[in-house]
Design a protein around this ligand. Sequence first.
Ligand SMILES: C[S@@+](CC[C@H](N)C(=O)[O-])C[C@H]1O[C@@H](n2cnc3c(N)ncnc32)[C@H](O)[C@@H]1O
Length: 264
Amino acid sequence: MPKADDVRTMFDRIARRYDLMNTVMTMGIDRRWRHAAIRAAKVDPSTRALDVCCGTGDITFLLAEAGAEHVTGLDFSSGMLEQARRRQGGRRDPSSAKRIEFVQGDALALPFDDDTFDVITVSFGVRNVEDIPLAFREFARVGRPGARIVCLEITRPKSRIANWFYDVWFDRVVPVLGAIVSRDKAAYTYLPESTKSFPRPPKLAEVIRAAGIRNVTWKRYGGGIVALHRGDLALDAAAPDRTAAAVADTTDQPADSPEVGASS
Ligand SMILES: C[S@@+](CC[C@H](N)C(=O)[O-])C[C@H]1O[C@@H](n2cnc3c(N)ncnc32)[C@H](O)[C@@H]1O
């Protein structure tokens, strides 16, 4: 894992072309995954949401458009935040954009009081942080009792064919696309690399649970290359964890099928 400063300057460098490159790299399918994350967040008009590692704000905008009372997007890259604020100014729905505030800060030392947010999301962000368990402890600290925690992240698929495709796509195609679209082959060589050491869904579920987040479940999307984890904070510290004992992780469920993975 590279140092935080290197990650930050890399995102500063690629910020202007980040959205275009995302669309090219995922062929636009990422929108479907992001909408699944928003459904998992269960936003209502009283929700105060935090989108950590918000980048250019894709999830932040969707949280506000889903009706959250207030959404904070936090990122440590000034370049990514500059793009997020530029997009905020040009939104078709200015009333939801007004309920968004972008803040520069570190996911590992969130600049918020305990018990502040009802929803905390992170998408394609935690694999970049230097201390993943600490990031989830921070999410648990700033979440109110009952808060929902939602994490969308790239992961290795389970089937051999999907793994072969994953290796070819991320190791060979993405760096070339990065060189053409983003003019930054190094960044788009790092991004696939960063997925390799990232914990698989069952392990990540354990990391999340160890942070005090309960009822942790996950579901794979995109042929298994993306995992959506969700969990919540206890309404009261003595409440039992409702997570089922050992539920198998299966792949490629239809978007609206029941949850398929859970940590014990
Ligand atoms: C791959 S981008 C994801 C952006 C956005 N969430 C999305 O879904 O497109 C990862 C983002 O995480 C941010 N990031 C990485 N480590 C961070 C940290 N420790 N604190 C705050 N932001 C961080 C980067 O600056 C970058 O904007």
